[in-house]
Design a protein around this ligand. Structure first.
Ligand SMILES: C[S@@+](CC[C@H](N)C(=O)[O-])C[C@H]1O[C@@H](n2cnc3c(N)ncnc32)[C@H](O)[C@@H]1O
Length: 286
């Protein structure tokens, strides 16, 4: 497969030349896997490199297809959450933090099936997401993509790109699917969600999906070390730690559960040996 590295570097150069004369331009690091590109590969995407495919294949080999199962489970739970938010909950503003590369059935596509005027801000720290996102969304006035780090939620909420699409005084939903487990304990993931929740107006929502270190017989330090060594991050946390992400919110039924059990709709259900390693939940601010 031809590597689209040059195309990407050009896209990134183009974007940064427009925004700040090119001085902050990042390059795509092909010496090690990136979470966004490994995830893209595991979901069947094309925006990945040899180094990413090797890491993903290693994990799948060692854990009998577990890496693919976990990614598909996560993605489907996120898609069901967006359908619920745009449908039953009537949410029209979404901030998708750690959004990953555009793939099939993206958040804005699902939301736009319900209301074409729904607005989505995609945020990811990986420059490859910015490059592909800008290309995909070039003509979309309801959707934008920004490069930012989840560890600083104020910088995301206060960014001009966010303010251009999201009225922070009206209810909004934050989506953090499989991103908080890429933050270290020092990054304080519970502090990140606390700050987001503090700034939410009443009627807003938080949806997260996380790796669980309890329940599955292979979950724990060894699996965590393997994931971190292959993709650079992926910290498994306990039910209690994950529950704390929602302090100050009311649970949306069915609360914090295995991701497959979060409002399942056949034939969406993945159901496999790794089902107990991913939990999902949605909180609502009264
Ligand atoms: C496993 S992917 C999940 C993508 C998407 N949320 C989904 O559920 O389909 C995790 C994404 O989080 C991004 N990410 C990891 N740490 C981040 C951080 N500190 N700030 C912003 N994005 C981050 C990665 O670059 C990657 O694209």
């Amino acid at each position: 497969m031809a590597e689209p590295a040059q195309w990407l570097q050009d896209k990134i150069a183009e974007h940064y030349a427009k925004s700040d004369g090119g001085s902050r331009r990042p390059t795509i690091d092909l010496s090690k896997p990136s979470v966004a590109r490994v995830y893209d590969y595991l979901l069947g995407g094309q925006n990945n490199f040899e180094v990413d495919r090797l890491a993903a294949d290693m994990l799948n080999k060692k854990y009998n297809g577990g890496a693919t199962e976990v990614c598909v489970t996560n993605r489907r739970a996120l898609q069901r959450a967006v359908r619920y938010l745009a449908g039953e909950a009537g949410i029209r503003q979404f901030i998708d933090i750690g959004s990953g590369l555009p793939t099939q059935q993206n958040v804005h596509e699902i939301a736009h099936e319900i209301d074409p005027a729904a607005r989505v801000v995609y945020v990811d720290k990986d420059p490859i997401v910015l490059a592909h996102g800008r290309a995909l969304l070039a003509d979309n006035r309801t959707t934008s993509v920004a490069q930012a780090d989840a560890v600083n939620p104020d910088s995301i909420l206060d960014a001009a790109d966010t303010r251009a699409l999201i009225d922070l005084d009206q209810p909004w939903a934050v989506l953090m699917a499989s991103v908080l487990h890429h933050l270290t304990d020092e990054d304080d993931p519970a502090g990140v969600t606390r700050r987001l929740i503090e700034r939410m107006p009443s009627g807003s929502y938080l949806f997260t999906v996380n790796l669980l270190r309890e329940d599955h017989p292979q979950a724990g330090a060894e699996l965590e070390a393997e994931v971190v060594s292959q993709v650079g991050s992926g910290y498994m946390r306990t039910w209690d730690q994950i529950r704390r992400y929602y302090d100050g919110l009311e649970w949306v039924d069915p609360g914090l559960v295995y991701a497959n059990d979060w409002r399942p709709t056949d034939p969406d259900r993945v159901g496999g040996p790794w089902a107990t390693v991913m939990v999902a939940g949605m909180g609502h601010k009264r």
